[in-house]
Every structure is written in structure tokens, then in C-alpha cells.
Design a protein around this ligand. Structure first.
Ligand code: SF4
Ligand code: SF4
Length: 180
């Protein structure tokens, strides 16, 4: 009989302990993220890799030369770089980027493409909302319609200041005792 009463008291004690933890969590400020309600104010880590993008300047120019290094570096065949030849005058032609295709569906976000790009033409954006109904819609062209490669500014060679040597006067000439 005594053991029976002890068990009931122990059960009531554990019940109250559980209720105490429940009440503490009930009244304290929530620490969960209210997504998508907080979409506009959410802060992401700057290093977060959401998707690959190709930045363009105000003149609709990008930095990609179409060299294809990123395509060769990619272990998944995610990137397809298509180039074309354009005339640049005097009968000369130049290889330029035609289409830069990125298949987000097969990207593992390893970063080998961005790290290997000599022009820093592709970077990561924080956007992670990529839901689509068909996989084909995950293939995006990163260079905009009508865009072209940014003109490189000519590098001005640094000027070297010439040292002007002042001719030695009689007073400043070395005095060598052996010459006397
Ligand atoms: S993104 Fe960079 S590595 Fe890729 S083709 Fe363009 S310049 Fe070359
Ligand atoms: S992050 Fe990796 S998998 Fe994705 S495109 Fe770049 S190299 Fe390919």
C-alpha cells in the first residue's frame, strides 16, 4: 500500500515537472524562423551558395571571355559555354560568349567553377528559392540577351622617375692620396 502511494506521488511530481517545462516554452519568445513571412528581412551569410549568376554592369556588359575553364572544371557537366566568332574590323575575328547555360538541377555547389574563373565573371547569389514543376526549367542562360563582354581598360605602364646626377665639382671629387 505504501509503495502504491509512493508511485502515485512520483507520477504527480513528474507530471508537474513536465508541465513546468511546457509552460516555460509557452510564454518565452519564439526562436524559430517564420519563413516565408520574414523573407524581406531575413539575413543570409554572404558566403552562402544559392545559385550561380553572371553579374552585368549598367551597360549590359559581363566579364566572361568564353574561355571555357569553368566548363572544364565542373565535375557534373552543369555548365555549357557556347561561343561564336565576331568580326572586329580589318578582316579579323574574335571569339566571344554566345550562350552561358547553367543547369541548377545538377549543380553540387562545389565552387570549382567560380574559383577557377580568371575573370571573376561568375559569382554566387543568396537566392535559394528554385522550386519549379519541370527539371528543364532549372537550366538558365546566365548571360543576358544582347549583352556583350566588358571592354578592358588599357593599362598605363608605371612611370619611372629618372635620377638626375649632378656633375662632381672640385670640392666633391674624391681625394685619392695615391694620385697625389
Ligand atoms: S565564366 Fe570565367 S571561366 Fe567560365 S568561360 Fe567565362 S571567363 Fe571563362
Ligand atoms: S559549383 Fe561545382 S557542380 Fe556547380 S557548376 Fe560550379 S563546378 Fe559545376
Amino acid at each position: 500500500m505504501i509503495q502504491y502511494i509512493k508511485d502515485i506521488l512520483s507520477g504527480i511530481k513528474n507530471l508537474l515537472l513536465g508541465m513546468k517545462i511546457t509552460m516555460i516554452n509557452f510564454i518565452r519568445k519564439p526562436i524559430t524562423e517564420c519563413y516565408p513571412e520574414n523573407r524581406g528581412v531575413k539575413v543570409y551569410s554572404p558566403r552562402f551558395r544559392g545559385e550561380l549568376i553572371m553579374p552585368h554592369n549598367a551597360n549590359n556588359e559581363h566579364k566572361c571571355t568564353g574561355c571555357g575553364i569553368c566548363q572544364m572544371n565542373c565535375p557534373n557537366g552543369t555548365i555549357t559555354v557556347k561561343t561564336k566568332q565576331v568580326e572586329i574590323g580589318e578582316g579579323k575575328t574574335k571569339k566571344v560568349l554566345d550562350q552561358y547555360l547553367y543547369d541548377l538541377g545538377s549543380c553540387t555547389f562545389c565552387g570549382l567553377c567560380t574559383m577557377g574563373c580568371p575573370q571573376k565573371a561568375i559569382v554566387w547569389s543568396n537566392n535559394f528559392e528554385h522550386s519549379v514543376y519541370r527539371r528543364e526549367k532549372l537550366v538558365n542562360q546566365l548571360n543576358r540577351e544582347g549583352s556583350k563582354q566588358e571592354e578592358k581598360k588599357p593599362v598605363t605602364p608605371p612611370t619611372v622617375e629618372k635620377k638626375v646626377e649632378t656633375p662632381k665639382t672640385e670640392e666633391t671629387k674624391d681625394v685619392n692620396p695615391n694620385n697625389q
